[in-house]
Write a protein that binds this ligand. Structure first.
Ligand code: FES
Length: 119
């Protein structure tokens, strides 16, 4: 890194899926530059994205059973509220969530991206 530069992290909108191709009430795994994301499309039409790893022991959340706004981790069935990422009691923890936007039938996720800027 240049001595006259510093590293900053910014959010970048990344196209990850076609809205109409997303399964309803089922997870879908998408990957982008080291990020692994679980997308969920609810029957209401809303789409949410969370990190695709359970905070307990890295279960793949996109493979879990979806019930209303929750996903049950396929490994040990911890219940996670998808919109907030909160693990439900009696368990604890949180899964990072991502901001979503839908434009022209495409689903975009806001992902952190580091870059250098001159100082
Ligand atoms: S890895 Fe998800 S509940 Fe254990």
């Amino acid at each position: 890194m240049d001595r006259n530069a510093k590293r900053v992290t910014e959010l970048k909108w990344v196209e990850v899926a076609v809205y109409d191709e997303l399964p309803v009430q089922t997870g879908k795994t998408v990957r982008y530059r080291g990020h692994e994301i679980a997308l969920f499309r609810f029957t209401s039409g809303k789409v949410h994205a969370v990190q695709n790893r359970c905070p307990h022991k890295n279960g793949v959340l996109a493979e879990g059973l979806v019930c209303d706004e929750h996903v049950y981790c396929p490994m040990h069935e911890r219940k996670i509220h998808i919109p907030s990422g909160a693990v439900q009691k009696p368990d604890t923890g949180c899964v990072p969530t991502y901001e979503i936007k839908i434009e022209n039938g495409l689903v975009y996720v806001a992902l952190p991206e580091a870059r250098e800027v001159a100082v």
